[in-house]
Write a protein that binds this ligand. Sequence first.
Ligand code: ARG
Ligand code: GLU
Length: 731
Amino acid sequence: MSKIKFLLLPLFCFLLSAAPTRAGEGMWLPQLLQALNEGDMQTMGMKLTAEQIYSVNQGSLKDAIVHFGGFCTAEVISDQGLILTNHHCGFSEIQSHTTLENNYLRDGFWATNKADEKMNPGLYAKFIVRIDDVTKSILTGTEPGMTKEERQSVIDRNKNKLTANFKKESYQEVEIRPFFKGNQYFQFITVSYPDVRLVGAPPSSIGKFGADTDNWEWPRHTGDFSLFRIYSDENGLPAEPSADNIPYKPKHSLPISLDGVEEGDFTMVFGFPGRTDEYLPAAAVEQIMVVTDPAKIAIRDKALKIVDGYMRSDEEIKIKYASKFASIANGWKKWIGEVQGLEKTNALQKKRDYEAEFTRRLQEAKKEYDPRYAGLLPEFDKLYAASAADAKAAAYQSEITGRNVELLRVAGLMRRLTSAYENNGEAGYNNFKARLNNYLTGFYKDYVPAVDQDVFAALIEMYATDLEGKYVAPEVRTAVTNAGGSYADYAKNLYANSKFTSQKAVAGLLAQDPKAAVEAMKNDPAYKLISAIQDHYNATTAPAYDAFQTRVEEMMRLYMQAQKKVYAEKTFYPDANSTMRVTYGQVAGYEPRDAVIYKNKTYLDGVIAKYVPGDYEFDLPKKLLDLHAAKDYGRYAEVVDGEEKVPVCFLGSNHTTGGNSGSPAIDANGNLIGLNFDRVWEGTMSDINYDRSICRNIMVDIRYVLFIIDKYAGAEALIEEMNLVHPKKGK
Ligand code: ARG
Ligand code: GLU
């Protein structure tokens, strides 16, 4: 080894350790595992070949992986099309079959036979048939100097041509998606089954145990699962929901291991992660940390406190707002964890170091690289610094008008209805109105104007006082002045005078002929307010902010390409984009704080220890308490220090994100060992900067799922159709 290389070695090692690919990190494309990961996975203990995970010629693991409704993952666990996903993924289906007499959300649901399984029109299960690189065909004809629109139109044309020419079966679909910020394109051939029936779900006190208090937390004790079944026509092909359909016969179903997991065991999670941003420049990460996350957190802080106050004092409000609260709190808590995690792991400094090295390499090898690379980082710094105030205004705008104030959200929809009328006449109006009516029925069922009015008063005050003056619509100032400076009085006036707070008034309004309805809507004070806020934003913020985003998108394409060239020794994985991925790691506890060590597994004893009778988050069904008291665990326990215990959840270093809910955790032999449903709070920044030391995904141990199905629900027939194995005992 030459001396100079020897001197560089420590630096090189340092760089490798700061590199974006380490065991645990990465959401890999299944068709590229053979080229990129197989060796690494086998070194970590995997006994499978890449061909057994993804094959286009024979059944492989990928044929058991389902995109569930497009928002979650599920997996096939029997040769009769039985699939497993999370309780929170099946929540709205479970809710839709729930009535006062049959409260499946509260009590659970178990189909006693196939005829009892419940259809869910609109829900689908999608399989991936094959994945191919189509970059060349898609990018043919694009040129460096093109505008965003020009480039997109060339790409769209190429896409259409490719899709039209592709020879496929009539029941298959072709999807073409960009990767690495548009530097690469892959084509997915898929098959979607639209008859997916509810088979079983535990009561919420098991499936949602710990609710929002435990969400994103470890130690965790939630049995977050539900069961569905895919149906097909008699030839095994997709068919609309019908009593004539038969259970789908899969190409592969996952065997289920009863052997359990130990620290260090190889794990792999297969699924459809939604979105990550691992390759951002430091300037962008800084904006997330100091501008946009804090803005969104501050708004939701206020809104959640108000709603929580009402939910605690009023049973009816608690029910009406439970689901909305959970979803707003889910993002809020994640962002808090994300900012803390980025700080704790020095993400910004790491990015800066990475960029300094990037710049150094460019300077050293100037001629080899595209000359535009050198200008990227300085321009990112400049653009992000200049856009900070706009970014905050944009975050406020979307959180306040699009998410947290329900009246403004409805007013925004009314505005779209009037635009539909103005742009597309009565046909456009009627089309939008039909969809709107659907939405409004659900909306008013759970709407309490008094709660929303308080949220409005608090958030409109933030809008008027936190943002720089130029971002605030003058109409809002005037209205507050007219209310004597009181935001509460302003809110009271608005909610007393807007028709949109009342389902009846809105129904009356929409019953008129379109012209009169549009007129009446436009006179509503909430309509006037949303128009003022939106128009002001469009006039003052949108032009510059949209231009910033367009420019950044263009630069990110180049920066992504540059990172891959300049850090040629690294293996890059594309950001998540709701396409099929494999991530792998190990069963692993972690150290969340100084001197605190989290073990990798929880047990039923821990569930019982959290039990609070009658509580809305920590109540438990009597049957579960009885099984525990009698230690009636069937074959689902493991022996810990001479005592039988039922495992509940465990941790791994697999790199997951939203959309991986319901994903299977698979062992070294390809058997199902768990069901992914969450990440730990300290590690939610893995979407931006994965760090092996504190990023963990949370899975339900498959033996807890089986224990609940078998011992709690007594649904033995379901257990019988599964394939239970004992790999450690060689069975
Ligand atoms: N944090 C998980 C996810 O991001 C679970 C969310 C559902 N559970 C809840 N308590 N809100 O989707
Ligand atoms: N609960 C998330 C989901 O629904 C998974 C947790 C995460 O974001 O990693 O997809």
